[in-house]
Design a protein around this ligand. Structure first.
Ligand SMILES: Nc1ncnc2c1ncn2[C@@H]1O[C@H](COP(=O)(O)OP(=O)(O)OP(=O)(O)O)[C@@H](O)[C@H]1O
Length: 307
C-alpha cells in the first residue's frame, strides 16, 4: 500500500539555526507512528511543516499523494491536528468550538455528540474555555483534532495534562480509531504510554532522523533480564563469569540476560553448587525508553567518532 505521508529531505532553518536536516520518513495508512527524541530535537517543527504552517528551504511533504506547502494545503482537510497546546477562543464554550470546526452536513450534530461522549467532556462542554484546566483544554483540543474523522491525525504531546484515567481513555480511543483505519503521528515524552500504542517509531536527534523502526524490530526492546541478590555477590559474580555468563553489577544486584526460559533454574543450580544462597530475584524487560536511550547513546558516540 502507498504511504499516507511521505517526508523527503526536509531542511528547515530558523535564522542561522539549521533545525531540520534532510528529514525523511514515511507513514503507512492505519499505522500509529511515534515521533520521539530529546527536547529541541525538532519534533514540533516537523509536525508544523507537515501542516504547511511555514515555508522551508528544501524537501517535500506529501500527504495522500498531494504535496503540502504553505500555499497549497487542500489535502489538509483530511488531517486533524493538535500541536503544542490547543488554540482555543477563551470566550467560546467547548460546544461552540466543536460547532465552529465541525464540517457541515447532515451528520454534524451527531458527530459532535459522539466526540463529546467518547472523550467524556460533557460535564463542562457548555462552559467557556477560559475557565478550563490544562487537561480540559487538552481534551477539547483532541476532540477538535478527531472531530471530522480525518484520515491522518497529528498529535503533539497529547497526554500533556491528562490524568491517568483520561490517558487510558485516550490510548483506547487511538487504538480503536487506528483499527478503523485512521493513521496517527504522535509525539510524546511519556514513552511508557507511547509504547502501548505505536506500531513504529521515528527517532529524531538534533534535527536528524536517526532511526525508523517497527516496535517489534527495535533490537533490544523485549530483551529480558534476571536480577539476582545473593549472600555473597562477589563469589556469585566470579562463579557466573567462570560459567560463561555476561553480567552487570548494579548496586547489590547481579543483572544477567535471560536467553532461555529455564535460565533462572540453571542459575540457582549453579549458585547452590557453590554454597551461595539466593536472597532475592527480580525480572526486568527492556522497554521503549531503554531502547531509545541506547539508540541515542550510540548515535552520540558515532557522531563523536566522525568529528
Ligand atoms: N519559531 C522558531 N524560531 C526560532 N527557533 C525555533 C522556532 N521554533 C523552534 N525553534 C528551534 O528549533 C529547535 C527544535 O524545536 P522543536 O520545538 O521542534 O523541538 P521538539 O523536539 O518539539 O522539542 P520538545 O521536546 O522540547 O518539545 C529548537 O532548537 C528550537 O529552539
Amino acid at each position: 500500500m502507498g504511504d499516507i505521508l511521505t517526508v523527503t529531505n526536509l531542511n528547515k532553518s530558523f535564522g542561522k539555526k539549521h533545525v531540520l536536516k534532510n528529514v525523511s520518513f514515511n507513514v503507512q495508512p492505519g499505522e500509529v507512528v511515534g515521533l520521539v527524541g530529546p527536547n529541541g530535537a525538532g519534533k514540533t517543527t516537523i509536525m508544523k511543516a507537515i501542516l504547511g504552517l511555514f515555508s522551508w528551504e528544501s524537501g517535500q511533504v506529501v500527504i495522500q499523494g498531494q504535496p503540502v506547502t504553505m500555499t497549497s494545503h487542500r489535502v489538509l482537510d483530511e488531517v486533524g491536528a493538535l500541536i503544542e497546546y490547543p488554540g482555543l477562543y477563551p470566550f467560546l464554550t467547548g460546544y461552540q468550538h466543536l460547532e465552529l470546526f465541525a464540517n457541515d452536513g447532515p451528520q454534524k450534530q451527531a458527530r459532535i455528540q459522539q466526540i463529546i461522549e467518547t472523550l467524556k467532556i460533557d460535564s463542562y462542554i457548555n462552559q467557556k474555555a477560559k475557565n478550563y484546566s490544562l487537561g480540559m483544554k487538552q481534551k477539547l483540543g483532541i476532540a477538535l483534532a478527531l472531530l471530522n474523522d480525518p484520515q491522518l491525525v497529528i498529535l503533539d504531546e497529547p497526554m500533556n495534562g491528562l490524568d491517568p484515567q483520561a490517558t487510558k481513555d485516550l490510548r483506547d480511543l487511538i487504538i480503536s480509531q487506528a483499527k478503523k483505519g485512521t493513521t496517527f503521528l504522535i509525539s510524546s515524552h511519556i514513552l511508557s504510554e507511547l509504547e502501548k500504542i505505536v506500531d513504529e517509531v521515528v527517532v529524531l536527534d538534533q534535527g536528524k532522523i536517526i532511526k525508523q523502526a517497527k516496535m517489534a524490530d527495535l533490537s533490544i526492546a523485549g530483551q529480558k533480564f534476571i536480577l539476582l541478590k545473593t549472600d555473597d555477590n562477589v563469589k556469585a559474580a566470579e562463579a557466573l563469569q567462570a560459567a560463561g555468563y555476561q553480567l552487570e553489577v548494579i548496586k547489590d544486584q547481579l543483572k544477567i540476560e535471560q536467553s532461555e526460559s529455564n535460565e533462572l533454574a540453571k542459575l540457582i543450580k549453579l549458585l547452590s553448587a557453590q554454597q551461595i544462597n539466593l536472597v532475592d530475584v527480580a525480572h526486568q524487560q527492556n522497554d521503549l525508553e531503554t531502547s531509545l536511550l541506547n539508540i541515542l547513546g550510540k548515535h552520540e558516540q558515532d557522531s563523536q567518532v566522525k568529528e
